[in-house]
Design a protein around this ligand. Sequence first.
Ligand SMILES: *Cc1c(COP(=O)(O)O)cnc(C)c1O
Length: 347
Amino acid sequence: MTGPELRVDLNALAANIAVARARVAPAQLMLVVKDDAYGHGLAPIVTRAAAEGVTWFGAFDVREALATRAAVGHDARIFSWLTVGPDQIAAALAAEIDLGVGDAGFLEQIASVARSAGATARVHLKIDTGLHRNGIRPEEWDAILARAASFSAEGLVRVVGVWSHIAEASDAEDDAARAVFDVAIAAAETAGFALEVRHLSASAASFARPEFRYDLARVGAFCYGIRPAGGPGQDELGIRPVAALAATVTRVGDYAVTLGVGSLHGLPSTLATRASVHVSGHRQEILHVSETHTTLAPWEGAVVGAEVWVFGPDGTSATDLAEEIDTVGEEILVRISPLVERTYRGR
Ligand SMILES: *Cc1c(COP(=O)(O)O)cnc(C)c1O
């Protein structure tokens, strides 16, 4: 090994998916694959997940949704929630991508693209349940239902879902959001829509709070084995990290051991003097992170060429590092540069 490597264990992904599915059943699992599958590499992740029987995928934008479609074929359902322009809507309809609709103007655009394409768009209307990050405000809900009903009568759209996103930071806030969600669902059903899927929760609420699962649980982090910062541990959740970052010892000095991985590879330089790495059972402090190298406190028996796991399945996890610099494990993973080679086990 020359440069650092991100080693992705697809068997660990499969095991986490099995845990998540068992946990959320009878709701279905939607595997969220935004940010290049949380930095793990989209195509190998979705290919293995599909082989494990995952039928719903959640993509941030149409570009990611199309890449998912190319990898998993035509049986899977793929949901894309970023509002995009007409060209991307057309591409999404051609690839049978389900579109999340968080504002009235976007619904108009979808209907107009569907009309020119002679297609029917499958849409999931998003109610703003308090997060105020895109979503139809409750006071505008009835109006959009009426608009959707008229497009639906024309065969331009089919409302297959109602969804929202919650903060998962406090139970009380989430409960308030869920009450708004329930009112929106009831209104959609009264308006005559036969909803296939209602979806509200991400990893944390999907695992901890059954009443948040509805028909579909949108799980990202936990399927990648990323435990929440400051939350329950991996063992409690029954998950394990899918990715490990391996680096090589390039120099052994009296005061430091140098690894061939640095901030240009995506390691936050702020980890220095705050976080440590497990090396053969010991915690070695990170002394400094330069652009291309990282120095650790020295240990007995360190040799040039040895391999060190900066984070991985045993010892230090991405969330362990993240907690030392007040961020989350996802950030450690999505920062890993695309230049870092990804290798896959269980492909
Ligand atoms: C990221 C995201 C999720 C998944 O969140 P996790 O906490 O990683 O499970 C679900 N839904 C939406 C809309 C998201 O943006």
